[in-house]
Design a binder for this molecule. Structure first.
Ligand SMILES: [Zn+2]
Length: 247
């Protein structure tokens, strides 16, 4: 094979690796963003539950304060019984005592109701927290693994770029520029395609026989008329037409 072609094949091997690793590197920040979002969602859900419990606790305390005030009031009024002078006053006092007692009963029912809600919400919080804590831990581990991988990829890609620079320096500029132009236009990181059984394996187009023969001889740089890749003989290629030795 033409020496320059061999060098291009080596360069392509490095470029393919760079392409693959850069694609992987591209997906990792998005993956981490999605994980961070999920963590935030779960943490917010826990915060919401805690806030709801806090609000109920405040309501309960407020009612307990009112309860205490009216209880004291009831004691004071009950203590006034000795000062009563007539039946009207007595009846009025009994009514007041009755009213306060009814109010306290209602308030007590409310406090019991709120306590039940607090209990149910606390139970929900505990279950949610237990479940989410494990999940959040898993997400955080994944983020750390992704970050580590990004670091590794950055380093490996840097090394591969150094390697490609060394390789490209040994290729004739005209040949290298042609390769680079094809690579820049390619969407899959390939500037070289194998040709086998008269087909370009880069795009599956059947090649004209004379072009295919030139590719098999590998003495010049030929490109696929369809995908523009530089063509090299495939591993299972048939022998050039000029070669009498059939397999
Ligand atoms: Zn092609």
């Amino acid at each position: 094979m033409l020496e320059e072609l061999k060098k291009l094949v080596n360069l392509q091997a490095v470029d393919s690796e760079i392409f693959k690793l850069e694609e992987e590197l591209d997906t990792l920040p998005d993956s981490n963003d999605a994980l961070e979002e999920q963590i935030e969602e779960k943490e917010n859900k826990i915060k919401e539950l805690k806030n709801a419990i806090d609000i109920q606790m405040e309501e309960k305390e407020k009612r307990a304060g009112i309860y205490k005030k009216h209880e004291d009031q009831l004691k004071t009024i009950t203590g006034k019984q000795s000062a009563i002078r007539n039946k009207e006053e007595y009846n009025a006092l009994l009514r007041e005592i009755d009213n306060i007692k009814r109010f306290l009963r209602d308030l007590n029912d409310e406090i019991t109701e709120i306590s039940k809600e607090i209990e149910a919400k606390t139970e929900e919080l505990n279950i949610t927290e237990e479940q989410f804590t494990g999940e959040i831990e898993g997400f955080k581990k994944q983020i750390a693994a992704n970050t580590k991988r990004m670091d590794e990829l950055d380093k490996t890609i840097d090394k591969l770029y150094d390697e490609r620079e060394k390789l490209s320096k040994n290729i004739r500029p005209a040949v290298y520029n042609k390769y680079q132009r094809i690579l820049n236009n390619s969407t899959n990181g390939k500037a070289i395609a194998m040709a086998e059984h008269r087909v370009c394996l880069g795009c599956n187009m059947t090649l004209p026989p004379e072009l295919y023969n030139m590719v098999l001889r590998a003495v010049r740089i030929e490109v696929c008329p369809n995908c523009q890749c530089i063509l090299i003989p495939g591993e299972n290629h048939s022998k050039p037409a000029s070669d009498k030795d059939e397999n």
